[in-house]
Design a binder for this molecule. Structure first.
Ligand code: PBG
Length: 328
């Protein structure tokens, strides 16, 4: 006789919070989360970033305090961005030993030592007056190979100042190899590279460009960042970065590119990071501020989805907040 009712009932395991917790297939933990932070030279008070409620451009001192608090909350690492007081065509502040990023890296490594992983974004857009990620030719195009020399020098300056990991985000061809060679040549064999391998040309970076004051003064980044239409190309970029010496690879943005995260995770044997970018952050904050979504649930769901897609490490502006929520 056939059963009148379903024999298999997946709902049995969804009945109570304890059952759901026991069978959860994805977990978020503070150690997987990395907090991106901004430090600005020459300001007296931290500046709130209007398009990123809850995120600040820090002063040297407020950065130390916020970094300490984030580490106490249990975040896995910090990723530093700096805004210099003076910008020029070649991004001189980027490799100045007394530049804003290098000063902050020395502060953080003396305050925090090995208690966390101190990482620095490695690009030129924060340091150039034109806001582009590299050296420009006379006609305003990016000179890929001249830019590599600048990245190499910035990498060495960041490593000397205490970065344990440098994260090149400029999407220049050959950047990982150039940086690895420079780091090794300067004796920084142990400094790791987290390559922004599959970085898409994305509208979701909008609020970040306020935070880092790095909007391009003309043109856009479509000649070097990836076309959102392409997936195979992401796997190519990842393979090339690994061949050049990347220790970890990143997909960016995260939420709109979950398919890419999964494909990269299946393709490589190194840690895969995903960057939940400023626009992903601000959309949820804006909707929550209007009462349109439940803020905490939307945040945790977005991060769980990124982890479920295969990211081992998630860079998120909510890292410290969520670390506190998770240990509540
Ligand atoms: C480039 C860089 C960008 C972001 C991280 N590194 C901006 C860009 O490529 O225009 C974006 C991060 C975010 O939106 O949160 N240095």
């Amino acid at each position: 006789m056939t059963a009148r009712f379903p024999v298999a009932r997946p709902r049995r395991l969804r009945r109570t919070p304890a059952l759901r917790r026991m069978v959860a297939q994805t977990r978020l933990s503070p150690a997987d989360l990395v907090l991106p932070m901004f430090v600005k030279e020459g300001i007296g008070e931290p500046h709130p970033i209007p398009s990123m409620p809850g995120v600040h451009q820090h002063t040297r001192e407020s950065l130390r305090k916020a970094a300490h608090d984030a580490v106490e909350a249990g975040v896995g690492g910090l990723l530093l961005f700096g805004v210099p007081a003076v910008k020029d065509g070649v991004g001189s502040a980027g490799d100045d030993p007394d530049g804003v990023v290098q000063t902050a890296l020395r502060d953080l490594s003396s305050d925090l030592g090995d208690a966390t992983v101190i990482m620095s974004d490695l690009c030129m857009d924060e340091f150039t007056d034109h806001g582009h990620c590299g050296i420009l030719t006379g006609t305003g195009e990016i000179d890929n190979d001249a830019t590599l020399e600048r990245y190499a020098s910035i990498a060495v300056a960041q490593a000397a100042a205490g970065a344990a990991v440098v994260a090149p985000s400029g999407m220049m061809d050959g950047q990982v190899g150039a940086i690895r060679t420079a780091l090794d040549g300067a004796g920084h064999h142990d400094v790791a590279i987290l390559a922004y391998s599959a970085k898409y040309s994305s509208a979701y970076y909008g609020p970040f460009r306020d935070a880092a004051e790095c909007a391009p003064q003309f043109g856009d980044r479509a000649s070097h960042q990836q076309d959102p239409a392409n997936a195979e190309e992401a796997l190519l970029e990842v393979r090339m970065d690994l061949d050049e010496g990347a220790d970890m690879v990143m997909v960016k943005p995260a939420g709109p590119y979950l398919d890419i995260i999964r494909r990269v995770r299946d393709d490589v044997r190194v840690p895969v990071a995903a960057y939940q970018v400023s626009g992903e952050y601000s959309m949820i904050e804006a909707a929550a501020a209007n009462g349109w979504v439940d803020r905490e649930r939307a945040i945790l769901e977005s991060l769980t989805a990124i982890r479920r897609a295969g990211a081992d490490i998630v860079l998120t502006y909510w890292a410290a907040d969520v670390a506190r929520t998770l240990s509540r």
